[in-house]
Design a protein around this ligand. Structure first.
Ligand SMILES: NC(=O)c1ccc[n+]([C@@H]2O[C@H](COP(=O)([O-])OP(=O)(O)OC[C@H]3O[C@@H](n4cnc5c(N)ncnc54)[C@H](O)[C@@H]3O)[C@@H](O)[C@H]2O)c1
Length: 269
């Protein structure tokens, strides 16, 4: 910040801070990550998106072609340290620096009884939702610190604060783990001007939720969930993107180690 901490907020500085930022969105080729990337691009920021799915990377590359050299996309498995280093280096090399990382990646499996969950399934869910964040941040932090600092935002889940009616024990465990990782990173890297925060959305209206509820034959449950929130509706990707942009911007300059619920107040009931 170029203004004194006592001065009123300089909205131009805050706007510039975000529009001039360079962000890597991991798991950004679909869903919430894609929507976060699009919002950043619309603000004028430079954005790198990575994803495990080559097909989705190809689709988002075509879709975001209109943003020209401010956008780049790369295939990578966030759980693999070689891939994660390659992805972080690609973002930093393409844009000459890296300030922020949003971790929105993760696999899911429809809920089944805990006694029937195989250790392979546990590994898939915990690795892609938790280990991938650790590996990604480990690969990205040297670039962020070299650039003078930045922000990490992890998309956890309401399931990490409670449990999920649709997803299993591994998912809740991984999403709760993200909250601990966030607090640790906030403490360890605060001195290097890096902030780390998590967002816990409730069930998000989108492709993943539709596929999941169809698989479980519980299509009606999303509408039922909406009636349980004080605000009377479900979460949309744009709701999560808005909080993510806040956490990436200087508007949240003194927020770190925090868990922000985006669930319409469902935990008040
Ligand atoms: N959809 C929801 O209802 C909901 C609710 C709360 C939290 N979340 C969390 O928000 C995040 C985004 O969810 P979404 O609905 O956009 O999901 P999504 O399935 O639409 O997108 C997730 C993306 O992550 C990618 N991915 C999976 N494993 C990966 C890996 N190892 N490396 C790199 N990329 C990988 C997938 O290919 C996919 O494109 C996830 O972490 C999810 O757990 C989702």
């Amino acid at each position: 910040m170029s203004t004194s901490l006592h001065e009123s907020l300089d909205w131009k500085v805050i706007g510039d801070n975000l529009s001039e930022s360079i962000t890597l969105v991991v798991g950004g080729a679909r869903g919430t990550g894609r929507t976060i990337a699009e919002n950043l691009l619309k603000m004028g920021a430079r954005v790198a998106v990575s994803d495990l799915s080559a097909e989705r990377i190809e689709a988002v590359s075509t879709e975001f072609e209109c943003y020209g050299p401010r956008f780049t996309a790369i295939v990578g498995d966030a759980t693999d340290s070689t891939d994660a280093r390659r992805v972080a280096a690609h973002a930093a090399d393409t844009f000459t620096a890296l300030h922020n990382v949003v971790y929105s990646a993760g696999a899911y499996r429809a809920q089944r009884p805990t006694l029937e969950v195989s250790s392979d399934e546990w590994d898939l869910i915990v690795d892609s939702n938790l280990k991938g964040a650790f590996v990604t941040y480990q690969a990205s932090l040297p670039h962020i610190i070299a650039a003078g600092g930045g922000a990490l935002v992890s998309i956890s889940s309401l399931a990490g604060r409670t449990s999920s009616p649709f997803l299993g024990c591994h998912y809740s465990a991984a999403k709760a783990g993200i909250l601990g990782l966030t607090r640790h990173l906030a403490k360890e890297f605060g001195g290097q001007n890096v902030r780390a925060n998590s967002i816990c959305p409730g069930g998000i209206v989108g492709t993943r939720m539709t596929d999941l509820l169809t698989e479980l034959h519980r299509e009606q449950d999303l509408a039922d969930l909406a009636t349980q929130t004080p605000l009377g509706r479900n979460v949309y990707e744009q709701d999560v993107a808005a909080v993510t942009l806040f956490l990436l911007s200087d508007l949240s300059r003194f927020v770190t180690g925090a868990t922000i619920d985006v669930n319409g107040g469902i935990l008040t009931i």
